[in-house]
Design a binder for this molecule. Structure first.
Ligand SMILES: [Zn+2]
Length: 345
């Protein structure tokens, strides 16, 4: 496959361009917000804020594609994303998957293939059906917007029974559709190892996985192990300084580039315009550097000063995203030839 699904339809691998691989627009908890509205959520204002910022991200910073990994469990709601994407000079890729570190809602228990309701219905796990339909048929209520990536999570509880169901559904959807799997990990538990072990023993090609939140770690051996095993890693929380300061994140990135790992790294922010969990006023006051312009404004200039080359930056921000999103070696090679050719001039 050499096209990638975006909110406004499929684009060719040559149009993906400079990409932020792990971001968010809006993270919600719909049930909570129906009963406890958040004073900082105003849909029109937030849509406008996102459109303005993303337009600037493209026009001033040269970002072409923004991957929104907001899935179920984080309040994914495509109609709002579509309003943001309308007429925008930047591509938005959306995800399917389920964000849970421990349990799924009761619905998925009663509707499991062997569950109270599920066994009366027969058929596949509704999680798996949902992931595949989101990628192949389109996300309900959107007139056919298709997901371009799958998101899964492990954290402090590890591979719980429900998390394994999510991983199983993701593995099957990956095998059937070819789209990549991107993960959440917790640095304290070095979850990348258990994720790779699970992927390997369940037939998922590690080349089609991005192990996320790796930039929270300063353990180079751990990070190199994940990459040597075939995964791409996400140093994807630049600006999220309550977990780790950017100076340390930069040290890790520079060290890995010096050791020749540019082909296995993507960089991003995991930032968002609204999250019920860490609302905009909190972020503005306590984590002011955590926004979608941080890499362009601060991280790239800093790593350039420390010897990172334009080729390495192009590799991480253009070529690796194309390889991960398409899984197409020929298309990736074509993009690389063009991008690196232009970079060397
Ligand atoms: Zn995220």
């Amino acid at each position: 496959m050499s096209t990638v699904n975006t909110v406004r339809g499929p684009i060719d691998s040559s149009e993906i361009g400079t990409t932020l691989m792990h971001e968010h627009l809006f993270a919600h908890n719909p049930e909570l917000e129906q009963n406890l509205p958040h004073p900082e959520w105003d849909e029109e204002v937030m849509i406008e804020k996102a459109r303005k910022s993303l337009t600037s991200l493209h026009e001033d910073k040269g970002i072409d594609t923004f991957v929104d990994l907001t899935v179920l469990g984080l309040g994914r709601y495509l109609p709002t994303v579509q309003k943001v994407a309308e007429g925008l000079p930047l591509n938005i890729v959306v995800a399917t998957g389920y964000y849970t570190a421990k349990d799924l809602p009761t619905f998925f228990h009663t509707h499991a293939p062997d569950g109270l309701v599920g066994k009366t219905l027969g058929g596949r796990d509704p999680l798996e059906v949902m992931f595949i339909d989101d990628i192949v048929k389109g996300i309900p209520g959107t007139d056919g917007v298709k997901a371009g990536i799958i998101k899964v999570v492990t954290d402090e509880h590890g591979m719980t029974a429900d998390v394994q169901r999510v991983f199983t559904a993701a593995a099957r959807a990956q095998a059937e559709t070819g789209v990549p799997i991107s993960t959440h990990t917790n640095v304290a538990f070095a979850n990348g190892r258990e994720q790779q072990k699970w992927f390997r023993s369940n037939g998922v090609d590690l080349e089609r996985t991005v192990i996320g939140h790796c930039g929270d770690s300063t353990d180079l051996d751990y990070l190199k192990e994940l990459m040597d095993n075939g995964s791409t890693i996400g140093l994807d929380r630049f600006g999220m300084e309550f977990v780790l300061d950017d100076d340390s994140r930069i040290d890790t990135l520079v060290a890995l580039l010096e050791q020749g790992y540019a082909e296995r790294i993507t960089i991003s922010h995991d930032a968002g315009f609204f999250s019920i969990n860490t609302p905009p006023s909190f972020r503005a006051k306590h984590v002011p550097n955590w926004h979608h312009h941080r890499i362009s404004d601060h991280i790239l200039p800093e790593i350039r000063k420390r010897g990172a080359t334009e080729q390495q930056i192009t590799q991480m921000m253009v070529i690796n995203p194309v390889r991960v999103l398409t899984g197409d070696a020929a298309a990736t090679a074509a993009v690389a030839a063009k991008a690196l050719g232009a970079g060397v001039s």
